[in-house]
Design a protein around this ligand. Sequence first.
Ligand code: BF8
Length: 519
Amino acid sequence: MLKDRLRLPPCSVGAKGFCCKACLMGPCRLPDEETRGVCGASRDLVSARNLLRTVAAGTAAHCGHARHVLEFSGMRGSGKKTGNSQFWEISEALHVSSMGVGADPEDLLSRCLKTAALDGSCGLYPATAREDAILGRPKRRDGHLELACLDAGKVNIAVHGHEPALLKALATAAAASPDINLVGVCCTGASLLASMGVPLAAAFTMQEDVVATGIVEAMVVDSQCVMPSLPDLCECFHTRLIAASSLARIPGALHLPSRSPAEASAAAVSILKLARENRKNRSAAAEFAFRTRPAAPKEAVVGFSEYNLDLRETAARLKSGNLKGVVAAVGCVNPRSKEGGWVNTFRELSADHLILTTGCMAFELGRNGLLDGKRVFHMGSCVNNARIAEVFKRLADILGRKIPQLPFWVSCPMPITEKSAAIGLYFATLGCGAHFGEPFPISPGTRAAAALAGLIKADYGGTALLEASPAAFAVRVREGRAGRKGLPCVFPDQKGPSGDCSHQLCQGNKGKVPKQEFP
Ligand code: BF8
C-alpha cells in the first residue's frame, strides 16, 4: 500500500531538480553549484531541461486525452492542423532538452511556457468542451465524497482515471440499475460527479483504499494516475480490474477498450454482468467490517462552471473591494509534501477571496467540509481547469481589465504529476499569478527560478511564486500580485480623497513582507 511504499526515500538531489537523466552517461547528481554533469551541464541547465521535459510530458497527457475523446466521438480528422502543431511543439521540447542540444537555460525555460500554453489550448479546452458535449454541462448539485459512498448492500463498481467519456455508458447503465452502486475515483470521478452526480469515493492517494475495503466488485480504469500497484492489490481481494483505455495496457486486467459509444455501451453491459457475478466472491468479514464503519459520506455542493457562476456579481464584488481576489486551488495532493496546512490556508483565504478548485485538491477541500458552493466552488477535474481559465477571462472582460492587472492566482501547492506543472504554467501564460509548492523541478531561490519568474512577467505579465509554506503563500496573496510595491491604480476614478489608491484590485495593500519573493 502507498503508506508502506512511502518509506522509500526520495533522492534528495533529484527532488530539487538537480539530477539529470538526459543521457546514459549519468544519471548525474549535482549536489552543489560547482559540480557539473559528465557532459558539462550546470545545475541551471539541468533543472531547465528537467522542467521542459516535465511540461512536455504533462502537455502530451492532456493533448492525448483530448484526442481520445475526440476520436471517441468520431471526430478523428478534426483538428488535424492543431494535432500537427502539438506534435511539433512537444517533439521540439523533447529534442531541445536532450543532451547536447539546448545549452541556454533561459531559452529552455521560455520553451516551457510556449509548451504550457499549448496544454491549455490543445489539451484542457478541447477535452472539457468534448466532455460537456458528451456528458452535458455540469449542474449545481449536492454531491457525496469519501469511501463511505460505497454501499455494502449493493454491487459496487468504481471508475477511475481521466477520460469520463468512455465511462458515460457505464454511469447511465448503473443509474438505471438499483442493485448497482457506482462511485468515482480521481478525475474521471470528479467529472462524473459534476455532470451526473456520481459519488466520488477517493482521490489519487486513496485509490488503493477503495479496493482494500474488500467490497468493490469491479474497478474500471481508463488512463493517467492509475497506480501500477492496483493489479496486485486486486488479486489480494476479489475486485476485478478492467482497463477501458485503448492506450493503457495493464497486466492482470481485463481489457475492454472503448473507442466509440457503441463499444462503450457493449462494455458497460459486460462490466455490470461481471460485477454482479463477482458479488458472491466478496468476503463476509470485509462486508461486516465496512457495515460497522462509523463514517458517513461527506456532503459537498458541486457542479460549477463559467456558465453557472454569477460572474457579474463576482466582478462587482471585486470592484467594490468586498472580494479581494480569486484563488484557484488546483492539482495534486502529494503524500510527500512536507508542509501541511494548505486546507486551512484556503479556508482562511475564502473569507475574502473566491476559491475555485479542481482535481485532487478539490477532493481534499471537500473532505474537509469546504465545498459549500458559497465561498469554495468545485469546478471538476484537472482538464476542467479550462473552466477556471474561462472564469478569469470573462471576469477580466466584465471588468474591462487585462488578467495581469487582476488579483487572480492559481495555486498548485503539492504537485505530483507532470500535468500539474503544465497546468500551472499555462495559467502563468494567461497572466495569472502561478504558485507551486514543493516538490517542483525548479527549486526556490535558484537562478533558474528567478529566470522563470522573469520570463513569465516579461512575456505574459504573469507572476511566479515558488513557495512551500502555506502561511507565506497566504501573505503573498494578501499582499498582491506585485508584492510590496503594488501596482498603479487600475480604477483611477475610484481613488480616495487623499489621492492614494487603497483599492484591492490595485493590490496596493501594504501587508507584511513575504518570507520569499521572486523577481
Ligand atoms: O489530473 S490532481 S494526482 S488525479 S494529476 Fe492525478 Fe494530480 Fe490527482 Fe487528475 Ni490532476
